[in-house]
Ligand binder design. Sequence first.
Ligand SMILES: [Zn+2]
Length: 87
Amino acid sequence: MKATGRDLKTCPRCESTLDRSAFGKDRTRADGLRVYCRPCSAAIVRERAEREPETARRENRAAVARYYAANRPAIAAQRKARREGNR
Ligand SMILES: [Zn+2]
């Protein structure tokens, strides 16, 4: 990774050097952040959905199902907290 400063990271798509908060989280990566900045990540997802709507939909559904399966207790706790907070 190109080191541009302790709290900065360069997005290889738009080549902007941005604060780390401009990048989504990715625990599987060494620096804990997504490769692309948030706007680029969103654009990539959007472009893919336009190019291959069927595949993108299927993969997105699979990813959501995987996420729920892996985080069910945390999601339930979060929903409960939100419900009680909204009373
Ligand atoms: Zn970018």
